[in-house]
Structure formats: structure tokens, C-alpha cells
Design a protein around this ligand. Structure first.
Ligand code: FMN
Length: 208
């Protein structure tokens, strides 16, 4: 009887060990919701027509993170956003340099103080933006060049009409205030508004 009990407990120990090892090597993805309790999450997003905002809100819902809109000091009007107009604000930003990373155009962020404060307390920072000409908008450079992302896990996400994530997140990383302790994840493009399930599945695969 005693021997049987011992055998039973050692089988259980083996099972627990196997699960732990599998989880450690990433064979089991942690359910998205389970992540909510463990880390202090901030979800930052820049959005003018609501698409990126809708993805950000889904991330907020699952992670229970703090949702913060990145607000331009001078908001982008419909005319400003007209990429077909060679004199529009976005076209001028776009043509100011070969890429936003190399540009000196850095639109001011109205709520930068509040963003900095929230990021300081966070372990994980989601950063969302629309794709503009295959890249993150210039204002996203204002963000990453002015917030301290050392020791943070950074998770970029974006939306677009058809372009992929491309190098947009990588280019942001190159200009960001980071350190060897920053964990900058690859990021993902959701194209349009996406579904809660799709967003949750993605969050479940993230290693943090
Ligand atoms: C200035 C500008 C440039 C854009 N460039 C691209 C692009 O290169 N590729 C693409 O697929 N969509 C492009 N779009 C479309 C946006 O990425 C897309 O509508 C996005 O989901 C908008 O996000 P928002 O609603 O959060 O602002 C562009 C939009 C604007 C305003």
C-alpha cells in the first residue's frame, strides 16, 4: 500500500515536471487571460480613424492593462491625413527625409508626461500605430525617443490597409531608448479591426 502511494506520488511529480519543462520551452502557450494578473501592462496607441484604437482596446480587455492614447499636440485633421495631397501635413512629414527614422520632424505629444509616468510603472508596453507609407508615423518616433524603455518588454502592433508590419517596428527599435535588458518583441500587423479571438490568440503566444 505504502509502495503504491509512493509510486502514485512519483508519477504525479513526473507529470508536474513534464508540464513545467514543456511550459519553459514554450511548448504550451500561456492563455492570454492568465497574463493579465502577473505583469503591469500599458497599452499605448496612436490612431486617427479608430482602427488601431479598436485593436488596442481588445489588448486592454485581455491584459487588463492601462490604455493610453498617444495624442498629438496638434491633432491630425482629415485634410492633414490626405496622403494624396502633395501639400498635406502627412505628405510633408513623409517627404522631410528618406525615412521617418532619419527625419527631424517630431510632432509633439500632448500627453507625453502621463505616458512617461505610466510607462515607468510598467513591465510590458504595447505600442500601436497605423502604417503610413510602410512605416510607423513620425509621432511614434517622438514617443520612442522620449520614453524610457530600458528593462521593459515592448510589443509593437499596427494596422494598415494592405501593407505588412515590414521593418516598421524594427526601425522604431533602432531609435528607441532601450538597453540590453529591453525585450523588444517582433510585433504584429492586424490589418483591420480584427477580432477579440485573433488578438487573444496572439497575446497567448507572446513570451512575457
Ligand atoms: C498618411 C497615411 C499613409 C498610409 N500609408 C499606408 C501604407 O503604406 N500601407 C497601407 O496598407 N496603408 C496605409 N495607410 C492606411 C492606414 O494604415 C490604415 O487605414 C490604418 O488602419 C489607419 O489606422 P487608424 O484608424 O488607427 O488611424 C495610410 C494612411 C495614412 C493616413
Amino acid at each position: 500500500m505504502k509502495e503504491l502511494k509512493l509510486k502514485g506520488s512519483s508519477v504525479l511529480s513526473c507529470l508536474i515536471a513534464a508540464v513545467l519543462i514543456a511550459a519553459a520551452v514554450g511548448a504550451i502557450s500561456v492563455p492570454a487571460q492568465a497574463k493579465a494578473k502577473k505583469k503591469n501592462v500599458v497599452v499605448l496607441y496612436f490612431s486617427n480613424t479608430g482602427t488601431t484604437k479598436s485593436v488596442a482596446k481588445k489588448i486592454e480587455k485581455t491584459t487588463k492593462g492601462k490604455l493610453i492614447e498617444i495624442k498629438a499636440k496638434e491633432p491630425y485633421t482629415e485634410e492633414d491625413l490626405d496622403w494624396g495631397d502633395e501639400n498635406s501635413r502627412v505628405t510633408k512629414e513623409h517627404e522631410s527625409a528618406a525615412s521617418p527614422a532619419k527625419s527631424t520632424v517630431r510632432p509633439e505629444i500632448k500627453n507625453l508626461g502621463a505616458i512617461k509616468k505610466a510607462v515607468k510603472k510598467a513591465d510590458v508596453v504595447y505600442i500601436g500605430y497605423p502604417i503610413w507609407w510602410g512605416e510607423a508615423p513620425h509621432i511614434m518616433y517622438t514617443l520612442v525617443e522620449n520614453i524610457d524603455l530600458k528593462k521593459k518588454t515592448v510589443i509593437p502592433f499596427c494596422t494598415s490597409m494592405s501593407s505588412g508590419l515590414g521593418s516598421s517596428a524594427k526601425h522604431l527599435e533602432q531609435n528607441a531608448v532601450i538597453s540590453s535588458k529591453t525585450k523588444w518583441l517582433k510585433g504584429r500587423n492586424f490589418y483591420d479591426e480584427s477580432t477579440q479571438k485573433k488578438v487573444d490568440n496572439w497575446i497567448g503566444t507572446l513570451k512575457y
